[in-house]
Design a protein around this ligand. Structure first.
Ligand code: HEM
Length: 193
């Protein structure tokens, strides 16, 4: 059974905010790309931009909390020598070819996903998003780099699918590998010491 300190309250709140922002950004972004019902463009564009700001602030707070306060957890994401030894066994485990290696709270592939892949995706989506919002001025170089507004839009759209794939993998692995953590993460239900 999960313990309350596995995911303290601030982390759980930020996880909820992230989840709701992601859902709202995906639905509104999908609509902006291909409006599936008439009449909502103004409202959903407004929602998309508002959620983008909340999403960014939430990410900044999450990184801050990883390094500050009594619940700081940056060490859980830091790579150790053990992680490098465990990469191949961990891949084999995911391919049903071997036992789960002995790891810390997060295995080496989770560390790569949470502390590297997510941050790169986040920066990519935020940069392409702000360049769409302000295509002249500070972000003109980004528009130029992507080959114009048409391609920039397309990359931002592809970015959404990278998040969708990430979310599907994350949900599948949470449910199959860490089912006891799910009620804790969402509702604070855990074993009390
Ligand atoms: C900082 C974060 C973000 C900002 C500033 C941002 C901004 C924007 C802007 C300005 C547009 C164009 C709106 C228009 O053409 O009227 C847009 C479209 C879109 N956004 Fe975002 N966005 C962000 C994050 C996200 C995220 C996280 C997703 C999905 C995971 C997403 C998915 C989309 C999609 C699918 C479109 C439609 C693209 C198209 O027209 O082909 N956005 N976004």
């Amino acid at each position: 059974m999960a313990r309350l300190e596995d995911h303290p309250l601030p982390q759980r709140v930020m996880h909820w905010i992230n989840l709701l922002c992601m859902l709202g950004l995906i639905i509104s972004g999908w609509y902006i790309h291909s409006p599936f019902a008439p009449g909502w463009m103004g409202a959903l564009r407004w929602l998309h931009f508002s959620l983008a700001y909340i999403w960014i602030l939430n990410a900044i707070f999450r990184i801050y909390f990883a390094f500050a306060g009594s619940d700081k957890d940056w060490r859980e994401f830091a790579y150790t020598g053990e992680d490098f030894k465990n990469i191949i066994p961990q891949i084999k485990y995911y391919l049903f070819l071997g036992p789960h290696p002995h790891t810390g709270k997060y295995n080496p592939l989770q560390k790569v996903a949470y502390s590297w892949l997510l941050i790169v995706l986040f920066i990519f989506q935020a940069t392409t998003g702000f360049a769409l919002l302000w295509p002249t001025g500070a972000f003109a170089g980004v528009v130029h780099f992507f080959g114009g507004l048409y391609y920039l839009r397309l990359w931002h759209y592809f970015g959404m699918f990278a998040f969708i794939i990430f979310i599907i993998g994350h949900v599948y692995l949470s449910v199959t590998e860490a089912w006891d953590q799910v009620p804790l993460m969402f509702f604070g239900i855990a074993k009390k010491d």
